[in-house]
Design a binder for this molecule. Structure first.
Ligand code: NDP
Length: 246
């Protein structure tokens, strides 16, 4: 049973791509859903409209995942507005690829701030509201487990930190009935990694199935983890990568 009736979810980076698909899917499962975004206000509003079409409450809050105070404020606003918080989906992420020697200190700081610090702070803030049955789902990358092409040092560094975060949270929160899991996607057709973009053919060739996945493929696994169906899954890293790391 995946119905999320009565639950409240927060999806970071929910204005486009995987986060938007997750937000709409959770609403269709019955949850009230808030999304954060950084720039795409109009698209965030469209996602809220789709949440409302599903018959649920929706809201969008501008909060840069790299700004810890903004993340904390957003979590507080959502819990205040909706009266509780059950499901956190740490999805906001920055992808900076390129040869290691070309990366600036600013690149390093920015990617770690958004991908690692942002997820850490959001989890920490959300925990203040979560009760038994709480769920933390973080979107990592299959590059956390295996790096099959050059140019991913910074991104893979950031995404593999989420493995430690997830496992440690699972240990700490198990007694409270809260689970923490990681989903490691392979190539998913979004603005960040379009299936017709440069390098897409090579990424598709690395999968076992020979093609890109869809944002909805990730959303389906989030829904599984978020519901009662996920109650005995915690501390896990789940590959949804078309067999990239097979
Ligand atoms: P997109 O670039 O298509 O969408 C990113 C979303 O995150 C947008 O809604 C964007 O909002 C938001 N966002 C980006 N930076 C920030 C920030 N600093 N603060 C708040 N929101 C932010 O990316 P995807 O949907 O492809 O990726 C989502 C997650 O999945 C990321 O963590 C990514 O690393 C991971 N992933 C993606 C893969 C892929 O192949 N697509 C593969 C493996 C992992 P706004 O429009 O306002 O900027």
């Amino acid at each position: 049973d995946m119905r999320l009736d009565g639950k409240v979810a927060l999806v970071t980076g929910g204005s486009r791509g995987i986060g938007a698909a997750v937000a709409v899917r959770l609403a269709r499962e019955g949850a009230d859903v808030a999304v954060t975004y950084q720039r795409s206000q109009e698209q965030a509003a469209e996602v809220v409209a789709r949440i409302k079409e599903a018959g649920r409450r929706g809201m969008a809050v501008r909060a840069d995942a790299g700004d810890g105070e903004a993340v904390r404020t957003a979590v507080r606003e959502v819990a205040g507005e909706f009266g509780r918080l059950d499901i956190l989906v740490n999805n906001a992420g920055a992808g900076v690829l390129g040869p290691v020697e070309g990366l600036t200190l600013d690149d390093v700081d920015r990617v770690l701030a958004v991908n690692v610090r942002g997820a850490f702070v959001a989890a920490q803030a959300a925990l203040a509201y979560m009760e038994d049955g709480g769920r933390i789902v973080t979107i990592g990358s299959c590059l956390a487990e295996r790096v099959a092409f050059p140019g991913a040092t910074l991104y893979a560094t950031s995404k593999s930190a989420l493995t430690g975060l997830t496992r440690a949270l699972a240990r700490e929160l198990g007694p409270r009935g809260i689970t923490a899991n990681l989903i490691n996607p392979g190539p998913i057709d979004t603005d960040m990694n379009p299936a017709d973009g440069p390098g897409a053919e090579a990424q598709a060739a690395l999968t076992a199935v020979g093609s890109y996945g869809r944002a909805a493929d990730i959303a389906a696994t989030v829904a599984h983890l978020a519901g009662e169906s996920g109650r005995y899954i915690t501390g896990a890293a789940i590959a949804v990568d078309g067999g990239t790391n097979a």
